[in-house]
Write a protein that binds this ligand. Structure first.
Ligand code: C2E
Ligand code: CA
Ligand code: CA
Length: 861
């Protein structure tokens, strides 16, 4: 009853505002298109009108110019005493025609179709197309000669020719006539007594064509006046019934033709889209408008709406449910079957909690709460579909009221199984390393947080920080796929070495972390470290390559280094740093003193980086002498660091650090350049010896570095000697051999440095292309002692000689040592006794003196 009252009380229909708005937008759009089209046509029209005016103007111009040219030409013949003498009165044909004064050249060269001399009585002389004719002018031209002569004679000045259009042989022609008068100072002639010279220029297609070209017109041609169409650029040839016409370019037309088809297409598409859009919007607006007029809904409309609801319910991907006050299912939409695989009948009348399960709250409780909250709410529930698969759905619900009491609930269930899986996937990715699948830094942090901070009684925990040795060269030389393969293998081996309760994580690059749960006895940890290093040292096979890597381990214990995750990681990191500088392939427990040491090293490392930039390095030079102790054979370049605070630092304090941090590469390049450049200023052919670090062989293209330094400094390669220790062969025997052969090919000398401290393998000496050996100073210093080092030195000298190598003894500090070496016939000597390393300025006088005594220095072979 209430409903009817409302319906009758509001017969005035609500204005469908949205619909009107849509129509208004449509109208604006159509108007816009129309305005654009009108503007386009307007522009095209204007362009065409301009073209018409321009073409007409130029056609006119072309004609006028031809007329005026012709007038000038006729005048030049007519106002001419000789012509007057030969043509006025009886025509002198001999002069005019035979002698070609007014003969065929006027046709052949000047293209006049007819040349006539007329007087009022007759045509006295005629040449038609270069040939003399006896025809009367009347037979040739449509113009009356008598009339023409009258016009000529009526001219104010006889000097001015007259022009007219005529028909010559039925075709329009330009006729130009002038009185034949003398151009000397005779008493003025009587105009009536003179004959008239007439030139006829027929406007043939060829001539019009030439004219078109000259004036930039298109297809200048003749058209009978009765065939002219309006809007054609025509210039009347008065008296002939013809006009001169030209074809229009019609740029406006062209514009339209070029624009309209694509424009039409675009408009068509736009129109279709618009129609589609309109239908959509109108339909949508219909819904909106419907909300304005829903008071008008009759019972019929209500039914329609229910039908629509059902349609929506069936079409939606969610399924719709209804339950009664006892939570028994009373309705399930058709989608229910499709999504869950069950039939609706199976579930109607069942308790909804039989179907849906929520692990955080009871569904009934949640529904009951809805009554109080008066709004829609969501709950994540799970259920098993007909195939037994667990699925997850987001349930929304709303109470159904009847006369103020809740009689049931209705809502939707959206399947979010995929969404949840995707979310889990993303979670996993954010916590795991994409390459190895191991937990990443985030996950490690979370893990430590839970184990150390959140747990009330946190168990002992050991953190091993592992860094691979030799990984970078593999990655650099064999490429990322090889690097990836190594990392995957390492991940697998680390997992093998650990228990399930431990965590293996990858921090990035070649850094891994092991977290050992409930383990902090050194014995146990040592065992694990041993196992890890042992496992990682096993060769890795990749694509026909056998790769060798090793690792260093830094260890931090939660019971000692505290329960803050970051602190634990930091300590393990410091211990790792220590392990690496202790010589790699080892492990090291964190100790508080390392902190200072590490701080110091970090600072030094930082300073070192800056030092390269700030040019804080200098070279000192130490000569090497012939065993006589007088003749300098070479000079060794020794690096120094002029530290801003710590003063001059010897290489032992920073070279190892530079080697660990790869700074050795730029530093080594600098040394090579500096040494080569300095050597260039030395007298004679003196050699310079440069020390190379084994790390340069691994981390840098040392051959290229040397080549570059030689080319840059222009020092002949024969003046450069490289000193290399045996260690260079430890890492990669074959690679080192190849590099040394390549260095030799550059033309430099190679000296084995510190001989006797490494393997001192004879095999190396034989295989590698060394030119000389330097006996380590340790042997020299103890030569005078009780031991048998003298014998060792002797043996080395003999061995070197036997192999054809130059033997140098370094670290010669005393005369006694020198004497021994002289008697043992060592080739060359170097040491404080002879000369200390010095700055390059101090060295020069020494070199000059030696040069003066020994002008041709060279290695003693
Ligand atoms: P090294 O190549 O064996 O150089 C000889 C070292 O012995 C030099 O030390 C030199 O000053 C020192 N020395 C020379 N004569 C005597 C002597 O009679 N008695 C004693 N006790 N020592 C003597 P320095 O300059 O401190 O260099 C140490 C090491 O640093 C060098 O040993 C070399 O391996 C390395 N080094 C120096 N300069 C460079 C460089 O430019 N690049 C590389 N990679 N290493 C360098
Ligand atoms: Ca050396
Ligand atoms: Ca040495």
């Amino acid at each position: 009853m209430e409903m009817t009252a409302v319906t009758t009380a509001a017969p005035a229909r609500h204005t469908p505002i949205t619909r009107n708005l849509v129509w208004a937008v449509g109208l604006v759009f159509v108007l816009g298109v129309l305005i654009a089209l009108v503007a386009l046509f307007n522009i095209a029209g204007r362009l065409d009108a301009q073209d018409l005016a321009k073409t007409t103007f130029y056609t006119q111009r072309a004609l006028e110019n031809r007329i005026s040219a012709s007038k000038n030409y006729v005048a030049s013949y007519a106002t001419w005493t000789t012509a007057y003498d030969h043509l006025n009165g009886e025509v002198d044909v001999q002069w005019a025609y035979t002698e070609q004064n007014m003969g065929k050249t006027l046709f052949t060269t000047d293209h006049y179709d007819a040349v006539l001399v007329v007087d009022p009585q007759r045509t006295k002389y005629a040449v038609v197309r270069g040939v003399q004719s006896h025809d009367d002018a009347a037979a040739l031209l449509s113009t009356s000669m008598a009339e023409l002569i009258k016009v000529v004679q009526a001219q104010e000045s006889l000097l001015v020719p007259v022009s007219q259009f005529t028909l010559f042989e039925g075709q329009p022609a330009l006729l130009t006539a002038a009185a034949i008068i003398p151009n000397d100072e005779r008493p003025a002639v009587d105009p009536r007594s003179t004959s008239v010279l007439v030139f006829v220029d027929q406007l043939s297609p060829q001539k019009l064509n030439d004219l078109s070209t000259d004036y930039g017109l298109h297809d200048l041609s003749l058209a009978a006046d009765n065939t002219l169409v309006p809007g054609q650029p025509a210039v009347a040839l008065t008296g002939t019934g013809f006009s001169l016409v030209s074809r229009l370019e019609r740029p406006g037309h062209q514009l339209l033709w070029s624009l309209l088809p694509p424009l039409g297409d675009a408009l068509l598409i736009l129109a279709l889209l618009t129609v589609y859009f309109f239908r959509y919007v109108l339909r949508a607006s219909g819904h909106v408008d419907a909300s304005y007029i829903n008071l008008d809904l009759s019972n019929q409309a209500l039914e329609a709406s229910e039908e629509r609801f059902r349609a929506v319910a069936e079409a939606a991907s969610d399924w719709i449910w209804e339950i009664d006050d006892r939570h028994h299912i009373t309705y399930l939409s058709g989608r229910f079957g499709a999504v869950t695989g069950y039939s609706e009948q199976q579930w109607l009348g069942q308790d909804i909690e039989q179907l849906l399960f929520c692990d955080t709250t009871s569904l009934s409780l949640w529904l009951n709460r809805l009554n109080e909250e008066h709004n829609v709410s969501h709950l994540r529930c799970s259920y098993r579909d007909q195939s037994g698969q667990q699925r997850i759905c987001r349930v929304s619900a709303r109470p159904i009221h009847n006369k103020g009491t809740v009689v049931g609930y209705r809502g939707t269930a959206s399947d979010i199984t995929d969404e949840v899986a995707a979310h889990a996937q993303i979670q996993h990715l954010s916590l795991h390393d994409a390459l190895t699948g191991l937990p990443n830094r985030n996950k490690l942090a979370r893990y430590l947080e839970e184990a150390l901070v959140l747990k009330e009684h946190s168990a002992a925990l050991t953190l091993l920080m592992i860094d691979l040795d030799n990984f970078k060269p593999i990655n650099d030389s064999l490429g990322h796929p090889a690097g990836d393969a190594v990392l995957l293998e390492v991940a697998a081996r680390l997992r093998e070495c650990t228990r399930d309760i431990d965590l293996v994580a990858r921090l990035g690059g070649d850094e891994f972390v092991l977290v050992l749960n409930g383990m902090d006895s050194h014995t146990e940890i040592d065992r694990i470290c041993e196992r890890v290093l042992e496992s990682l040292q096993q060769p890795i096979h990749y694509d026909h390559h056998t790769l060798h890597i090793g690792a260093s381990i830094g260890i931090a214990l939660s019971r000692r280094q505290g329960h803050m995750p970051e602190e634990l990681i930091r300590c393990a990191d410091i211990a790792l740093y220590q392990a690496k500088s202790d010589g790699k392939k080892t492990w090291c427990y964190f100790a508080p003193h390392m902190n200072d040491q590490i701080q110091h090293r970090r600072k030094l490392e930082n300073d070192l980086r800056q030092a390269i930039k700030n040019n804080e390095f200098v070279m000192h030079y130490q000569p090497r002498y012939h065993v006589d102790g007088k003749q300098i054979v070479s000079v060794e370049a020794l690096l120094r660091w002029q530290h801003p605070v710590q003063g001059l630092l010897a290489p032992d304090t920073f070279i190892p650090l530079a080697e660990q941090t790869d700074l050795i590469v730029p530093l080594g390049r600098w040394v090579l350049r500096e040494a080569c450049e300095t050597a260039l200023s030395w007298p004679g052919e003196l050699m310079v010896s440069v020390n190379l670090s084994p790390v340069q062989f691994i981390r840098s293209d040392v051959v290229e570095d040397v080549r570059e330094a030689l080319i840059h400094s222009r020092l002949p390669a024969s003046r450069l000697e490289l000193e290399i220790t045996e260690n260079v062969m430890l890492n990669d025997v074959d690679g080192a051999l190849a590099t040394m052969n390549a260095l030799k090919e550059l033309g430099v000398r190679l000296n084995m440095d510190d001989f006797g401290t490494g393997y001192s393998s004879l095999g190396y000496l034989r295989t590698y292309p060394f030119d000389g050996i330097k006996i380590d100073k340790r042997f020299i210093s103890s030569m005078g002692g009780a031991g048998n080092d003298r014998a060792v030195v002797q043996a080395i000298i003999n061995l070197g000689k036997a192999m054809g190598l130059t033997v140098t003894a370094e670290g010669v500090e005393t005369l006694e040592q020198l004497d021994f070496l002289i008697s043992d016939e060592c080739h060359e000597v170097q040491g404080f006794y002879l000369s200390r390393p010095m700055e390059k300025q101090a060295l020069l006088p020494l070199l000059k003196a030696s040069q003066d005594d020994y002008p041709t220095p060279g290695p003693n072979l």
